[in-house]
Structures are given as C-alpha cells and as structure tokens.
Design a binder for this molecule. Structure first.
Ligand SMILES: *Cc1c(COP(=O)(O)O)cnc(C)c1O
Length: 380
C-alpha cells in the first residue's frame, strides 16, 4: 500500500484503515463485535492491541484513521453523536470559563449550553461571527474558546475562519469549527488554523440518514486532544462497531457524492432565486449572496448541499409548500442522498430566532430535473 497521506481524499476514503481483516485476506474490513480482547501468554500484554471496546475497538480505530486523513489531522476521536463530540470540547474547558458562540448556530448547541454547561458554571455569548469587531468585543478575561459554525444553521452565514483564528490565537483562546455542513470535501478548517474540527457524521459523512455519530479531528496532539480521548474512553459516549463499520462504508463514496450535492444545490438555488414566489435564497454559492466572497476564499470546489429559502407569505404558506413537495421529504436532518426540506422554526420551538417563512433544504443527489420539477409543482 502506498503512503496514503500523500494520496487524494477520494483514494484515502476508500483505502485507509482497512487492514483489520488482513489475516483472512478480506478486501472489505470485517465488523468486529467483540467487546473484550484476549491477553497474551505472558498474562499481561494484549497482542492485538485492544483491551475492551469502550477504550478502543478495531472498527473505531479503522474509522478514526480514515477521518483523520480526510482533514489532514493527526488524530480523530469518534463519538456516538455530533452532540457528544461538542460536549467533549465544552467539558474540556471546565466551569468558570467563557465561550463565544455564533448567534446562528445548530439548535442543539443552544440546548447543551442551557441544559448542561450553563448550570455547570460556564458562561456563553452569542455573537454575529460575520462581524469581527463584535467578536473581539465579546471576548472576556476568562474566554477559553471561540466556536465557529460555517456555513451556519439555518441562515448559511459564512464566518471568516482565518480572521477568527487571528483574533483568538494571540490571546491564547482555542478555536473550534463545526464543519458538518461544509464537510472536508469543501472546507478544511485545520489548514486555516483552527484547533479542532468537529462533525456530526450523522450528516454528509454518513450520507444515508441511517447512522448517528460525531467526530473531533485535531491537527496535532494537544491537551485538548488528550482530553477528548480521555472523555471518549472514560465518558463512554462511543459509537458501536456497526455504526463505525457503516460509516466506513459510507466514506468510500463520500468524494463521489459531494460534488453532486453541491451542483444540485447550486442549480436549485439559482432556480428558486428567480421564482416570483420566493423572497430570498440563502446560499453562499450565489454571486449575489452577501457572504459569497468569504465563502469563495475558504471553500474549495463548491459551496455544499445546504440552502435555505425565504418564501413570500407567512408560516402557513411555507408549511403548505413543504407539504406539497413530493420528492423532498418534510423531515429534519440533512446530508443524506435523499432530499429533505424542513420548516425550521417549528422544529426549534418557541425560543427560535429563525424567520417563520424559512424552509431549510438538504439537497440530495437525485436527478436535478426531477428536483426542479417537484418545486415547480409545489410552488405552482
Ligand atoms: C446535526 C448537527 C449537529 C448534531 O449532531 P448529532 O449527530 O445530531 O448529535 C451538530 N452540528 C450541526 C451543524 C448539525 O447539523
């Protein structure tokens, strides 16, 4: 096997970390369900390198090898969900510290802040990350982390990753980037200087809406990466062998799926922008989008498969359009091969800041003609 670190992501995603079935000659890595691993003849050693599957397990190790390579990191730490990965980062900081969080952020982040980490004694400021002076002004003496999410959820705001790193680094503040929407295919936060890149692997990396997972990827070993590993092993929010195996299988087609998601999203965004029943389309790939220039600077090869649309009219009208669509299922989540649409405000609940005429769209990899025709009939 050539040195995989020198090869292209499409090749890495197929071939990295597959050696666990080497003894049998299996081309496809087997799923190892054993929770426990036998000690050697000396009574002390573990010849296979594994002890107990919460600490480490063959399919998880294989998956972590693939995911670290995809973002050019030295280490990936996998979790049972995206939120468990975010929890590991927040838990590393500890009570008494302050975190800067985007005002437009995945709703689960607000949930974990309010339910777990604010009661634990951490403080948080929600700021518009696209306004750099506001970010600087939000920093306090005890600020330990600036959390980035770009494109943001659900308004697709684009944060200038390098500019945030420039604010954080000289002050000794950590930076983390939720790279779930952009994926390593279009955006490489570690190369832009952030300390930790995070994914809900439930989304594009899984790609088929049939597994739940999360990962933290680190450029180098640091106290934060060591903590994440400890949190994973000791806290135990680890992915099962089956979820690791399934995600490894999904990654084999990751580089094939992503350009189709992005090209379909770009075409749908253009179509909707020109439609008389549409007020505005939020998609960083549109030249007229206020964030297009920053997106162009830091995203490569496309702008992802997510967009939001503000329809003319009220919430009832937005819900009626979502219901009338046939190929686009009205359901939460994103990143699967099938197209989904969601009335975001009614999922986020009464505290949501999302406009009530906004529909969030996860554009799948169906034929674009069929997707456009579906919108044609739903918008009438
Ligand atoms: C889904 C999602 C998460 C949470 O991940 P889970 O796997 O559902 O725990 C975090 N951030 C973003 C941007 C997401 O889309």
């Amino acid at each position: 096997m050539p040195d995989l670190s020198k090869l292209q992501p499409a090749t890495q995603a197929i071939h990295a970390g597959n050696s666990i079935g080497a003894a049998s000659g299996a081309v496809v890595p087997p799923m190892v369900l054993s929770t426990t691993f036998e000690r050697g003849h000396d009574g002390l050693s573990y010849p296979g390198g594994f002890v107990y599957s919460r600490y480490d397990a063959p399919n998880r190790q294989s998956l972590e090898t693939k995911l670290a390579l995809l973002e050019n990191g030295t280490e990936a730490v996998c979790f049972a969900s995206g939120m468990a990965a975010i929890a590991a980062v927040l838990h590393a900081l500890g009570p008494g510290c302050h975190v800067v969080v985007p005002d437009d952020v995945y709703f689960g982040v607000r949930g974990i802040v309010e339910k777990l980490y604010a009661p634990w004694g951490m403080t948080f400021s929600y700021v518009d990350m696209t306004d750099l002076p506001t970010v600087e002004a939000a920093i306090q003496k005890n600020t330990r982390l600036i959390w980035i999410e770009t494109p943001s959820n659900p308004e697709l705001k684009i944060t200038d990753i390098e500019a945030i790193v420039k604010i954080a680094q000289p002050r000794g503040i950590l930076t983390g980037c939720d790279n779930t929407w952009a994926t390593p295919y279009f955006q490489q936060p570690l190369a832009l200087g952030v300390d930790v890149s995070m994914h809900s692997t439930t989304k594009y990396l899984g790609g088929h809406s049939d597994l739940l997972g999360g990962v933290l990827i680190f450029r180098e070993q640091t106290p934060l990466s060591d903590f994440a590993r400890t949190y994973q092993k000791a806290g135990g929010a680890v992915p099962s062998a089956f979820d690791c195996w399934l995600l490894g299988r999904s990654l084999a087609t990751f580089a094939a799926r992503m350009p189709i998601h992005a090209s379909n999203a770009a075409q749908l965004a253009a179509y909707l922008s020109a439609h008389p029943r549409v007020e505005r389309v939020l998609y960083p790939g549109l030249v007229a989008d206020p964030y297009h220039q920053v997106a162009k600077k830091q995203m490569k090869g496309g702008f992802g498969g997510m967009l939001s649309v503000l329809l003319k009219g009220d919430q009832a009208n937005a819900l009626a359009v979502a219901t009338k669509l046939q190929l686009f299922k009205h359901a939460t989540s994103l990143g699967g091969v099938e197209s989904l649409i969601e009335h975001r405000k009614s999922v986020e609940g009464p505290t949501s800041l999302t406009p009530d005429n906004l529909l969030r769209i996860s554009v799948g990899i169906e034929a674009i003609e069929d997707l456009l025709a579906d919108f044609g009939q739903a918008l009438g």
